[in-house]
Design a protein around this ligand. Sequence first.
Ligand SMILES: [Mn+2]
Length: 412
Amino acid sequence: MLPPLRFIHCADLHLDSPFKGIGSGLSSRFTKDVVESTFQAFERIISHAIENKVDFVVMVGDLFDQDGRSLKAQIRLKKGFDTLHKAGIRVFLSHGNHDHTGGSFYPVRYPDNVSIFKEEAVSTIPFYKNGQHVANIQGFSYSRRAVYEEKVVEFERTREDVYHIGLLHGSIATNTDHDVYAPFRISQLNEVGHDYWALGHIHKRQILQEEPPIVYPGNIQGRHHKEDGAKGCYLVDLAETNTTLTFLPTHSVLFQQATFDVSHIQTLGEFHDEVDKWKEENRQVYGPMIFKMKIEGYLEGDEMKEEAVRNLVDVWNEKEEEEEAWLWVQDIVIHSTPSWDREELKQGSHFVADLIRRIDESDEVESMITELTTHKQGRKYVGTFSDEEKKEIVSEAEAYLLKSLLEGERSE
Ligand SMILES: [Mn+2]
């Protein structure tokens, strides 16, 4: 009978992420917290590991954000490993596409409790608990920016009487949202027969299969609004009979959306107070937080002009300078419910009807977005757009046009 194992599974630490594009508008104090956030998240993993008395920690690729592995990141990582060493906790790690081993960097030596899967070929490292061989950990590292081979075929269960844990940084073969590296199908993983699949690469947390577990813990700290919500790692209790997974948050700055319905609001003062109240309720629970404010409902009151509402953002943000658990409004999206009936307008014979019909028939947004997402510099910042986001772009543009045409607002 094998004793139960307890370990932490994390991936995609992206230590020392530069947070490009976040800085604009953010004061230096907040920028400091943001730039520090990936390190803070890593330190929380170390604390979780010690508090939960785990046997080991597995880190499945992209520990560093860049293949140049900043010295700062390497030294902070080493410091965390030293702390685990003192607590008698082992670390098994592999490198991914972002921190592949072919990059040029100043080498930093980690303490003896750290085992690295250095080769691109899958290899096995045994784990002993109280002198008993209880697990085989298997994994590999990227030796270059992109690995297109099916690494899953190299994993194998070498013996029946110990746990097998596979570290795989890659994506499901059918996933088209991300660069498909080291592709696998769930059926292939199951054929290998491992007890736990510790995945990395996809930053969204997801359990692909409960038993045996196939798990993406997601990244440990969000880096922009597409990586919103709580971020962290999994505490895994592996036993012969059953396995339990507990999510442990690690983020130190949260990216989040907050929606405000303004249909019942008449004045800027009322709106200001409502947001203030929301902030005080959320500050202690979630702060620090960078949030995208979504406004829904028709801007009805005389004072509730888009520009005036936008100007409030500066007022809120300035007040946050003194807060420990700050809440920063990074972006404001106004989804003002229109006062017109779209279907009715579309039936007409006037210019507006023509415009709406043309919007419905056109797929021009595709070509316009492609220009941006394939632009050498632009694509670094915008990434890809989901279908939902594309629809949102069209509907925002339509609302802007209709509002200008129907309400005679000046377009700038
Ligand atoms: Mn990654």
